[in-house]
Design a binder for this molecule. Structure first.
Ligand SMILES: [Zn+2]
Length: 196
């Protein structure tokens, strides 16, 4: 089932999300709905707060990045198979020299900004079977993990840009939070009064 994606400006996106355990109600259903919602919006990642649920859960399918012709064959192959559920993720460390990548976010339609992050991230998390995993990701895989992880910390990429750039996109952000935008997937806007 496709869920509405929460738009920029909703307080749920600013909250530090809570860890969950195996008994979290209807977790399988939520994860399945998150996949549907992400694919419907052509995203590569989606965090639970983006569907209004403030828990430490995100899903990633990096396959669309494998289309990038600047990548090596092995990188393409790796991204093609990168489909994972992350529960209760904690970043252990981030290493390397920061690099810029133009990021976007399903909660902030049509805004893209160069964001600097370290190229390598080691993360501990539980998979969908609640088995603990510790993995190191690099390049674009690391990038998506870092972006989605930030959502569970209540951080949006727009907080990582200069104040000048922030001023330049401020009008657009206001439009997004008031729902005065055209977007081709279902969204929930914080300052739109709900009719019944
Ligand atoms: Zn995002």
């Amino acid at each position: 089932m496709i869920l509405p994606i929460v738009a920029y400006g909703d307080p749920v996106l600013k909250k530090k999300a809570k860890p969950i355990d195996k008994d979290y109600p209807k977790l399988e259903e939520l994860i399945s709905n998150m996949w549907d919602t992400m694919y419907n919006a052509y995203g590569v990642g989606l965090a639970a707060p983006q569907v209004g649920v403030p828990i430490r859960l995100f899903v990633i399918d990096a396959a669309p990045f494998a289309e990038d012709d600047d990548l090596s064959a092995s990188e393409k192959e790796y991204l093609k198979g990168f489909k994972k559920v992350f529960i209760n993720a904690q970043i252990i460390e981030e290493t390397g020299d920061e690099w810029a990548f133009s990021e976007g976010c399903l909660s902030i339609p049509d805004v893209r900004e160069d964001i600097f992050r370290k190229p390598e991230v080691t993360i501990e998390y539980q998979d969908q079977n609640f088995e603990t995993q510790k993995e190191t990701f690099t390049g674009l895989a690391a990038r998506v993990v870092q972006h989605e992880y930030d959502h569970t910390e209540g951080i949006l990429f727009t907080e990582k840009i200069s104040s000048l750039k922030k001023r330049l996109i401020n009008g657009r952000l206001k439009k997004i939070s008031s729902g005065k935008i055209k977007v081709d997937y279902k969204m929930r806007f914080p300052s739109v009064k709900k009719g019944r």
